[in-house]
Design a protein around this ligand. Sequence first.
Ligand SMILES: [Ca+2]
Length: 185
Amino acid sequence: CTSDSKACACCLIEQRLHRLETIVNKTLQKLTDDVTSINATLNFINGCNFAFSASFTGCSGPHTVNKTIVYENTFLNYGDAYDTSTGIFTAPKKGVYSFTFTVQVDISFSTTYTKLFTVLEKTGVPIVMTKDTSNIDQDDSSTNSAILHLEPGDTVQVKLVAGSKICGDKNNYNTFSGFLVFPLN
Ligand SMILES: [Ca+2]
């Protein structure tokens, strides 16, 4: 630098440019990694649109065994995880899910039934039940709900307990609804 101040200045500038280039490259790499991570998260979230709501408008029971209520009329079925031919919801992803169901019967539909008991099952295991009996009142109705941790492939369904009867009509008294609250990795 003592003999050639111009060359020395040039060298210092080059060193600074090199440091700047290193910082810019590291920042760009971090931004690229962040965008990749955000895109992966968005893809994961976009793949989690699971919600269904369905009604049962016919009559069923009394049966000698517990029988799945097939809510055949869907208001919506995002993700097609609920099967309208079987009445069974199958978890497509690991996560926390919310379910509600309401059941109803009018004594005018039958003079033979004595009760309306139902059970919501998770993969064959009873979770929550409803219970109403016909004494002097004309209508039996109940509701219940559950928030469940499900693994992929776990099933959720509502069963009419043996000896019970359920009846609905176009007013959709009998409904079964569920949705993914949040997914889990
Ligand atoms: Ca009753």
